[in-house]
Design a protein around this ligand. Structure first.
Ligand SMILES: C[S@@+](CC[C@H](N)C(=O)[O-])C[C@H]1O[C@@H](n2cnc3c(N)ncnc32)[C@H](O)[C@@H]1O
Length: 340
């Protein structure tokens, strides 16, 4: 398959791979090509590349075979029936690998952990992911290989995020959405990031420096503490005001905002009417909800009704962010408020 390819000398391969992965420029559905003295990286169309490493040119890449990231399975001397139960994918957060396992494989979790630890470059610890719980969406994890705790520094879209996978919510599956929203922020926009977690939306928007003001609100004290730690090294950190508060207790400023994000996918709907009131005329609201796959159109109508008086809002975009379960997706509903 033809895609933009960035050719670099082999000795610079690892450095460039990290930079491209961090900025979200590297395609993960195509194989990196290795030639005699050079490596060719497959890039996302239109992605920018680090200074001084050349210019992308079209290149014929091989798509990942069915193995892809599930290549770790080759490290296990198991029967093919047992291997068929293994997940095809896993998450990498900084130097932590998170994997979910079918109940039948739990007794073999250490073997899976060791296989992943050897397979994922730079991995320090592997955690069995028992999912997120409670209002703060904290993740329950069990170490199955490697060593050390759950705090790490994750890179995405050219920013560094302090993460503690147990104490505050973070998902690397939202990286593209963080970038997408940041790209829509215009010069001088004022932004609310409600339910900001450890602040990836706010940090990505701050990176670009176009926003005039960014307020990031979350009820979990650990999330706000981690955001503050990221801000110590972030670009344009002065633009971001982290606020530890629940949506119930927070009083928004009288001034409306041009961009407002609400990312609380299972219960955000109850806050939507009050959050919608903080959006400026011609401003945009980015609302996220887990939606049954067969229900997208009907749900869009339902969401717009919760926003306020009919005719005030127009639908700007609805898109799937990522699959959530076999029958549902995390969906982004983007609405624009009409003129005052
Ligand atoms: C899905 S996570 C946020 C993810 C984050 N926006 C991101 O992109 O990584 C939802 C967040 O909402 C916060 N939260 C839950 N209920 C809340 C409430 N009533 N008020 C404020 N924050 C709340 C949780 O602490 C959690 O960090």
């Amino acid at each position: 398959m033809i895609a933009p390819g960035l050719r670099v000398p082999r000795e610079r391969g690892e450095e460039v791979r990290r930079a491209l992965r961090g900025s979200g420029a590297l395609r993960t559905d195509l194989e990196i090509a290795r030639e005699a003295d050079t490596i060719v990286f497959p890039l996302v169309e239109g992605a920018s590349v680090p200074d001084g490493v050349g210019t992308p040119a079209p290149f014929e890449f091989r798509p990942f075979g069915p193995a892809g990231p599930s290549g770790y399975r080759d490290r296990l001397a198991w029967t093919s029936d047992a291997k068929a139960l293994l997940p095809r994918s896993f998450d990498v957060v900084g130097d932590i690998v998170l994997v979910r396992l079918a109940d039948e494989l739990r007794p073999l979790r250490s073997e899976v952990g060791e296989a992943l630890l050897g397979f994922v470059p730079g991995a320090r610890v592997v955690g069995l992911d028992h999912g997120v719980q409670g209002a703060e969406r904290r993740r329950s994890v069990e170490r199955i290989a490697g060593s050390g705790g759950w705090r790490t520094r994750h890179r995405e879209n050219g920013i560094e995020i302090e993460v503690d996978v147990e104490r505050a919510y973070f998902s690397p599956r939202l990286a593209r959405e963080h970038r997408r929203v940041a790209s829509e922020v215009a010069e001088g926009d004022r932004v609310y990031d409600f339910c900001c977690g450890v602040g990836p939306f706010a940090l990505t928007i701050a990176r670009d420096g176009r926003a005039r003001q960014l307020t990031a609100v979350d009820a979990n004290p650990a999330a706000i503490e981690l955001l503050r730690a990221s801000l110590l090294r972030a670009r344009n950190a002065r633009l971001v005001e982290p606020v530890e508060a629940s949506l119930e207790s927070y009083t928004p400023s009288a001034e409306p905002r041009e961009k407002v994000i609400l990312n609380l996918p299972l219960e955000g709907i109850k806050y939507l009417p009050s959050v919608a009131r903080t959006v400026a005329p011609r401003g945009r609201l980015y609302y996220y909800e887990v939606t049954p796959r067969t229900d997208l159109e009907r749900r869009t109508e339902g969401v717009v009704e919760s926003l306020g008086p009919k005719g005030t809002w127009t639908r700007a975009d609805t898109h799937v962010v990522h699959p959530y379960s076999p029958a549902s997706d995390l969906v982004a509903y983007v609405f624009e408020r009409g003129r005052a």
